[in-house]
Ligand binder design. Structure first.
Ligand SMILES: Nc1ncnc2c1ncn2[C@@H]1O[C@H](COP(=O)(O)OP(=O)(O)OP(=O)(O)O)[C@@H](O)[C@H]1O
Ligand SMILES: Nc1ncnc2c1ncn2[C@@H]1O[C@H](COP(=O)(O)OP(=O)(O)OP(=O)(O)O)[C@@H](O)[C@H]1O
Ligand SMILES: [Mg+2]
Ligand SMILES: [Mg+2]
Lengths: 226, 226
């Protein structure tokens, strides 16, 4: 269970303050699929960064399975994230000196899997996202959509309890995007994984039972099929 | 007028060859608005990189206003590009140590405009794309869609004859995307600028009179309203 209490984030830049999150109170149950829509600059990525512990909020709490992650020490937060979360960044953040399969197996090596096992699981996930023939390519030898699919495979390969996805199909054509969303829905149903998906694409919201709307740092429930 | 003759591009990676462009013959008239659709990895970005001279083709010619740009020396190609072209990259390529307005005024300074003029024109273009309040932000202090709009402003600010746009609205919500496409259409009608737009979004193709389809390195005409 994910719960936020009065979550705020303010950026200060040359004396100007931007209130990116203005007090978010949100609850997400285990195994839920939730999408977040909202205009450019409305605070969606900021929210995901605070929910996942990648960034620290200015005020408020983020409680995941009764642990307030905003109070964890850096090391404990990193371990908690590695064990429980996958993150698909808006612009992928692949490691340029590692090839596709090495990028995907890295989170498994961090969790202590042996090389052979990690390589097998990484290859399997890259095949699932349609990249069987690109495993040895480095990020600068991949198309935009291929790089995004490597980032998706990396986030899913450890079968994390929670996956934060920031526009996971933004660089994909409709057909490839649908195949990714079908994979996500399958993992949600099979492993009861929670998915929180930021998107601009109304077709993506059809895969989630709840739709939240972000507007200038304020989050409202838009639709809840329960 | 843009014309290609048997344009080919082959990438070699660890002995494996990828034929990204398999012989493209294309003609685009001055002032045309053309969109290019196609699945992830089909060769769209590779085509734009070769058309604009950012990358060299393996074979074939790219002729723009009777000049074969594939035979130009590097300095002449850079000057030709600075004078005649704007490029909206798929992942923006903003200069991290320059803020938004500095990124946008740079192509003007390269063309010899004085600081005061360049600053004025850059500010005007940033206002056009809805970033009046983000001019002093550095790229790492912008949201994904804001960064994309800075990249759009930079490509348009010199009013180039030809603009190559690689998924110009990929990181934008529907409303912001429409306002950008309206700006592009206005510039096309007012200044007779040519736009070649790669996109995954079928709504974007409604702004162009020609739609091309890329599939595994082969380009076909999909629709031509002439
Ligand atoms: N530097 C490179 N080395 C090897 N292969 C490459 C390189 N750059 C691109 N490729 C391959 O060439 C093919 C075409 O890539 P391109 O970037 O043109 O695709 P695209 O149509 O723009 O795709 P997307 O919609 O995902 O951005 C891809 O399959 C990609 O793996
Ligand atoms: N490091 C920063 N410093 C200053 N302002 C920032 C910083 N990061 C983000 N912002 C501002 O906070 C606001 C929210 O940004 P955020 O990245 O969360 O938007 P978003 O909803 O993800 O937008 P997009 O759909 O364009 O990706 C933006 O207006 C942005 O300018
Ligand atoms: Mg964002
Ligand atoms: Mg591309």
């Amino acid at each position: 269970m994910i719960k936020t209490i009065n979550l705020k984030k303010t950026y200060k830049n040359e004396g100007v303050e931007v209130h990116a999150l203005k007090g978010i109170n949100l609850e997400i149950k285990d195994g839920e699929m939730v999408s977040i829509l909202g205009p450019s600059g409305s605070g969606k990525s900021t929210l995901l960064n605070c929910l996942s512990g990648i960034d620290k909020p200015t005020e408020g709490k983020v409680i995941i399975d009764n642990i307030d992650i905003t109070t964890l020490k850096d090391d404990d937060l990193t371990t908690f994230r590695a064990k429980n979360m996958g993150f698909i960044f808006q612009f992928f953040n692949l490691i340029p000196v590692l090839n596709a399969v090495e990028n995907v197996e890295l989170p498994l090596l961090v969790l202590g899997y042996n090389e052979k096992e990690a390589r097998g699981m990484a290859e399997e996930m890259l095949i699932e996202v349609g990249l069987k023939d690109r495993m040895k390519n480095f990020p600068n030898m991949l198309s935009g959509g291929e790089a995004q699919r490597v980032a998706i495979a990396r986030a899913l390969v450890t079968k994390p309890k929670i996956v934060w996805a920031d526009e996971p199909t933004g660089a994909l054509d409709t057909k490839t995007g649908i195949s990714i969303m079908n994979l996500i829905r399958e993992l949600n149903e099979k492993n009861n994984q929670t998915f929180v998906i930021v998107t601009h694409d109304p077709r993506i919201t059809e895969y989630t039972r709840r739709i939240l709307k972000m507007d200038s740092g304020i989050l409202t429930e838009h639709e809840n099929l329960g």
